[in-house]
Design a protein around this ligand. Structure first.
Ligand code: NAD
Length: 372
């Protein structure tokens, strides 16, 4: 099976879908790997490194796309490149299928079998393919390092002959994968950390990391079968804001990560809440790309309100591109290995199979209805 990996074209994207160690694993399966020249440029990985791992460098991007049976990317395909793909080609990438309905229709119309990495289920068996988790983990880590580098004070308590500096106070709102890693990273740096999530199951996880769980009585909240949070009612959200306003006001750093799968992120920190924070404190909105948890955060912008910095960095995992690409490539290879037919040396897709029922969004010219 010929697999092609084009370089990413989205401005600011530093990750690559495959790295040489992942090429070696695919070659071992019997796949024929072709990469676009310059695929690893942002990672300082040369074409020669990819060749040494067993890949060929394609004549051109166009040739690579036209001749591939399987295309691997990080970001969704540019619309103008879909027509280049062969009928029956399999395409694996992030797709943002809830928003990108026209793109999904186009993929179906071109006879492409499109797999959306966002739709990989959060099950034990699919954990090794779960790019949402691998990238969210790095986002949580990168957000804390960004906060530490931008704060005008330090995270750990420091006792010196000059006096004692108290530890920074960090509040994490939303404790999924990114939030847990943010707690762990902030604790390692010596901060005093507290956290809140609407899913009650999270309390134990927060405590096990040595952080304090902020308790807010919101009534029934619950979670979906996949473990995702349910959307709060407007009354519950108002109660949450009231309770968190005081916690934000005493924090040096607030990191928000709250998301609702397939929907716009809830606005949890209002402008008024930001205005009540101490000048010099800092907010990082990890959910900024899905609508934002902070009323005044903007994608890739830094806003200052009454001396409080509000940062909305997109693609936080892309700030550690080597680790992010290695993890993403690992997720892709695990996916391919799981569905690989060793006799035919090809990827076998049964739309009814476990995992594929969730993440195969177009197949045989049709848009699929996915379980979630
Ligand atoms: P996510 O990115 O969808 O959301 C981040 C967090 O925000 C979640 O913990 C959510 O509960 C929380 N949230 C939503 N609304 C909120 C609000 N108003 N206030 C505060 N917090 C709010 O979540 P995720 O990191 O993708 O994880 C989703 C779920 O999947 C979690 O239960 C996680 O443990 C689970 N998970 C399971 C597996 C697996 O079993 N293979 C792998 C990864 C994640």
């Amino acid at each position: 099976m010929r697999i092609f990996i084009p370089a990413e074209v989205e401005p600011g994207e530093t990750r690559a879908a495959l790295v040489p160690s992942a090429v070696r694993r695919l070659v071992k399966l019997g796949a024929d790997i072709h990469v676009e020249a310059g695929l690893g440029r942002s990672l300082k990985i040369s074409d020669a490194d990819f060749r040494a791992a067993g890949a060929e460098v394609a004549i051109s991007r166009r040739d690579g796309l036209e001749s591939a049976a399987l295309v691997l990317r990080v970001r969704k395909p540019p619309a103008e490149e879909i027509a280049l793909l062969k009928n029956g080609c399999i395409h694996i990438s992030y797709l943002d299928p809830f928003k990108e309905t026209a793109l999904v229709r186009q993929l179906a119309g071109a006879g492409v079998s499109a797999i959306s990495m966002e739709m990989i289920p959060r099950s034990t068996v699919a954990q090794k393919m779960d790019a949402l988790s691998s990238q969210a983990n790095l986002a949580g880590y990168a957000a804390v390092l960004l906060a530490a580098s931008r704060l005008d004070r330090i995270f750990p308590m420091m006792t010196t002959p000059s006096g004692t500096i108290p530890p920074a106070k960090v509040l994490i709102i939303g404790v999924g994968v990114a939030g847990l890693q943010a707690i762990a990273t902030a604790k390692r740096l010596g901060a005093v950390v507290e956290a809140f999530d609407t899913r009650p199951a999270v309390e134990e996880q927060v405590k096990s990391l040595g952080a304090k769980f902020v308790k807010i009585d919101l009534g029934e909240t619950g979670q979906t079968a996949q473990g995702y949070a349910r959307e709060l009612t407007p009354e519950q959200l108002a109660r949450q804001r009231d309770a968190l306003a005081a916690r934000c006001a005493q924090a040096d750093v607030v990191i928000t990560t709250a998301q609702i799968f397939g929907k716009k992120a809830p606005v949890i920190v209002t402008r008024t809440m930001v205005e009540q924070m101490n000048p010099g404190s800092l907010l990082i909105d990890i959910a900024v790309e899905s609508g934002g948890n902070v009323e005044c955060s903007r994608v890739n912008e830094e806003v200052e309100i009454h001396g409080v910095q509000v940062l909305g960095p997109a693609n936080l995992a892309g700030r550690v591109p080597r680790a992010a690409s290695e993890m993403y490539a690992g997720n892709l290879v695990n996916f391919i290995a799981h569905f690989w037919n060793p006799e035919k040396r090809t990827l076998h897709l049964d739309p009814q199979a476990d995992i594929l029922r969730n993440c195969l969004v177009t197949h045989g010219g049709e848009r699929m209805t996915n379980d979630q």
